[in-house]
Structures are given as C-alpha cells and as structure tokens.
Design a protein around this ligand. Sequence first.
Ligand SMILES: Cc1ncc(COP(=O)(O)O)c(C=O)c1O
Length: 377
Amino acid sequence: MRIPDWPISTERELELLREVLASGRWGGHGDFVKQFEREFAAFAHCAHGISAMNGTVTLEMALCAAGVGPGDEVIVPAISFVSTAMAVSRVGATPVFVDIEPLSFNMDPERAAAAIAPRTKAIMPVHFGGAIADMDRLAPLAATHGLALIEDAAHAHGSEWAGRRAGSLALAGSFSFQNSKVMTAGEGGMLTTNDAAFAERAWAIMDQGRQPGGGWFHHYIVGSNYRMTALQAAVLLAQLERLPEQIRRRARNATLLRRELADVPGLAFQAVPRQQNANSWYLMLGRVDARRMGRTRDEFHRALTAQGVPCTPFYPHPLYGNPLYQHGGCRVEPCPVAEACIGDAFWLPHRALLGDEETTHEIAGAILKACSEVFAI
Ligand SMILES: Cc1ncc(COP(=O)(O)O)c(C=O)c1O
C-alpha cells in the first residue's frame, strides 16, 4: 500500500530555510515570522496572528489574554489531547470536563450549558479531527452568559463552518504545528483573532510583556518568551503553500472511502454537519458497534494494522482519567459518551488520506476485510 509518510518536505522548505540562515536573523523578531503570521491569519480569515513555539502555549496565551486565571473555571470536552485541559490548569484555572456528542466527537453544547456555574469564565471547544464543534449553539451560549469562547483549532487548519474558517469563529483560535499536524515545523503554534486589543495582550504575553513597536527593554505585563523562530516560520510558509491542495486530496479520498464503506454494518464514521463546508481531515474517525458485533474495537484495530493501515485505538481514557486529574484540580460532569468512545472508537491519521485513488480503494478494502474477519459479516 502506498500510504505517504508524514511529514512531507520539498526543495521549497530548503530554499526558505537557506534564506533564513543567510539572513542572520534566526530568532522570533525577523521578517519570516511576521510574514507567516500575516499569511496564516489571512488563511484563517483573521486580522491578527500571534505565533508561538507550540500550540499548548497559544492556548495559555489565549486564556491569559481573555483574563482567565486562578479561581475561574473553563469548560472543555472530556475527549481531547491533554493540552486543552493542561493549558487551563497552567493558568491556575480549573478545567470542567463535559461530554461529547456520540458521532461528532465534539463538545455537546447541551452538556456545556448544564455545566455553567458562577465561576465559569470561558468555554474552549476542540474541533476534533478537523470537524468543527457546533458553533451555532456554542457561540450564543457563550455570549448569553458573558463567557469567552476560545477555539482549540489544533486539528482544524482550513476547516470551515458555513464558509468561515476555524480560528475566526470565536474570540480566538489556537493552532498547533506539532509533527503530526496537517502543516508542521516539528513544533509551533498560532493564535488567530479579529480582536485587536486581545491580539495586543496575547502578543505581549508571548514576548516578555513588551508592546508591539515598543522598546526591547520595556516590559509592561507579565509574559514570557514563547516566540516561534524564523526557522520554524520558514518551514511553515512552505507547508502553508501546499496545504490547500492537500486538503482537496484528503477531502476527495475521505469521500471515496466513506462512500465505499457506507453500508458496512456496525461501522460508523464521524458525522460531518451540514454547516461544515471544508474539513482539514486531520483524523478519519470512526466507531465500531462492539456490542452489536460482539467483538471489540481492539480486534478490529489489530486486523487493520496487520494489513499495513495506520490506525490508533483512540485515547486510553477521557482527560479526567489522567493521573494528573485523579485527585482533584478539575470538575467532572457525567460523560457516558466519552467513556463509550474509549472502548469503541478509532482513527486513521491524515496521511492515510493523502495517497492516490488506488491506495484509497486498497484502504477501503483493508477496512472491509478487517470487518469481515472480526465481525464475520
Ligand atoms: C486538541 C489539541 N490541542 C492542543 C494541542 C497542543 O499542541 P502542541 O503539541 O503544539 O503543544 C494538540 C496537539 O498536539 C491537540 O491535539
């Protein structure tokens, strides 16, 4: 099976890296970082982009710039990578874990509404796997209660909701450029926003409390050094040039794959809401109906990987199952759907959707074979 490796780089990355090396400005204050911030912000339909060294600190920057701190609560989904909750804990606030919807894998707006309490300061949905959380319900919910709404868009570069890009659907959007993401420099992060005052605060937090255009030795608020380097920015500029074509290719292959597997009993793919008109396809998510099929997701996963298809058997626990949150430091709402997904969900990485049509047919065939072996269909 000719499934491409990831990450992918070409002569273009080398060309831009050579330019950075020759410039002598390898750090975060050069033109490359500014150019990447401008280009990525425009890509995300935003006026401002604030880059940083990874997508965990961009979440921390967003929370700080939104005024979230000790004593506050932030509502997050129980299913995500740990950064979503870790960033809340790092700024001294308390993550409140709420359930996800059964097939979107995203925060359930009803569960979020039920979790709002006097100390709630923000809601931070994740666009899981590239599928946008239900912003039609989350945005009014946040507005009604005067809460900051922050998108954890680490998976959703280029995803769109009713024609609006991830990162522009709330007060701010936070992106990751870590090695597995759909564009990468190994590490990296970006905060996008259309709020100029928020952008200025976030920038100051990222750059030692300085003010944009202010003096090098003048510091106004507590910040840190979270700067992205010019070397990262050079690689990311090249990656961004390639992203739209890669998204088109993944979309074509995802449609093909889902069409070929639409009638397989006991196998359900992530729901794509009608408002979602573009998808990064960071992950191809699904659930096996283990009860109906009488076998486990783990057997399905083994059968699939044995045929050379990369597949991950979901997370080992909801976020609150981490030792970090076993003895407090969080509030946990009932999460039956998240608990069920731990046992029956799986994902294919985006590189599985980057091959040609023939490879996609082969992957569909491998999934069918795994289903027929394991579930005897
Ligand atoms: C949902 C989510 N949020 C945030 C992050 C944090 O990004 P980073 O690894 O760049 O710190 C990641 C992944 O890595 C993620 O999957």
